[in-house]
Design a protein around this ligand. Sequence first.
Ligand code: GTP
Length: 260
Amino acid sequence: MSRKKSQKSRGGGSSSSPATSARNLPPKDGARAGGKSCSPDSEVPVNGVVVPGRPSLSNSAEFYDMAFKVMLVGDSGVGKTCLLVRFKDGAFLAGSFISTVGIDFRNKVLNVDGVKVKLQIWDTAGQERFRSVTHAYYRDAHALLLLYDVTNKTSFDNIQAWLTEIHEYAQQDVVVMLLGNKVDSTHERVVKREEGEKLAKEYGVPFMETSAKTGLNVDLAFMAIGKELKHRSMKLPNEPKFKLHEYVRKEVKGSGCCKS
Ligand SMILES: Nc1nc2c(ncn2[C@@H]2O[C@H](COP(=O)(O)OP(=O)(O)OP(=O)(O)O)[C@@H](O)[C@H]2O)c(=O)[nH]1
């Protein structure tokens, strides 16, 4: 599958403008990027967790102890690619919006309490026409970051439909986190933080507002997922149970504050 993006106007929704150009993305780990090898590292899934048989090298040539698959989902234009690029490269892809075609992944190894946790992060296309492609990837996902755009009410209204889709296609115990992105756009905001919080509470999922532009809460979102997955898979006898909701509540920063 190609990871080229088709250019389209801003404003979200699921229009399907024809492809005109590819975005000048930084190099990616995913196989679909520039003809690099597509197969993830030689890892053996054990109880759904990808555990290397020996200290392993990831695509990004970093050792890790355990690996998990994380998917970014949500309407087209909510900022999934930008969130991933911010997390992976610490950069923001400003300029014209070029929509993802299909699906692609990038790796990042996090140090979670002394354990090297590799997140293989799949960036999906939000456009309706790619839905059947992304459905196939839900099954293997350990965590899903579900995004809406705080400046786009439709993307927020569609969260319910995304959750229904997740319940239909993902594993029952998949970790889901709701993210309200683009909080830097204060003047264009149409979805209040309280609305996001209420919806997340209704569905029992952790919630935070993020900005791929400023970096607000971006590292935190992935670290929270990494911590939850690591604790689930290790379950050390003397270790207190990790409480994802509590961790997020404690660590999250408000949009008026600082960078993550
Ligand atoms: N102000 C602001 N703009 C953002 C932010 N994140 C993304 N954008 C902009 O929103 C547009 C869409 O971002 P993408 O990351 O391509 O959106 P996407 O969810 O990957 O879209 P699809 O690939 O179509 O699914 C781009 O013009 C970005 O520059 C953010 O945090 N703040």
